[in-house]
Design a binder for this molecule. Sequence first.
Ligand code: E4P
Length: 215
Amino acid sequence: MELFIDSANLEDIKKAAELGVISGVTTNPTLIAKEGRNFQEVIMEITKLVDGPISAEVIGLTKDQMVKEARELVKIHPNIVIKIPMIAEGLKAIKELSKEGIKTNCTLIFSVNQAILAANAGATYVSPFVGRLEDIGEEGIGLVAKMAHVFEIYDYKTKIIAASIRNPKHVDQVAEVGADIATVPYKVIDAMMNHQLTDKGVDQFLKDWETVKDK
Ligand code: E4P
């Protein structure tokens, strides 16, 4: 399973890129707002850190507004993927952009029905939000599992980006049920590296090495 970083923070993106484990980036207006900087400038800087799909979200709520914003955003870099919310106008925009060869990521997906609609419209990616579903007591992992099953049966080319990932267990679970990609905040990537037995093992190896290193 591929990993993307879900962030607009350049330091975090740089740290994740240096690990060599991420192949793309997703952003959203909330993540951009946290940085308090110009949207297009941030996206441009991200393209210099990661050579892979970088999702930048449109703000307009009509098809025409979304398509116009998308055409401007893709001028920043060929790796830009246009993130579009799962609303009727969004589907129309996805259709239009897919005809123009512009890649899209249909976001705010909370049901298999929504994923089917987005895939039929020609979305390159769909982003089901695991954590936000769990926040309201619904099944996030189950949704990704059903979606992966349906996409496999019908041989959809649309890729599933498991989003709203809050902890390493979510990553483990979405990998097991067939997500193509998980997009994760840096703190989750960091937590994925840790295991108490790894730390214990490294300490022990060093201690044992000390006893023979001068022999
Ligand atoms: C994904 O593309 C979204 O930007 C993100 O995963 C949302 O996560 P949150 O529910 O933690 O805000």
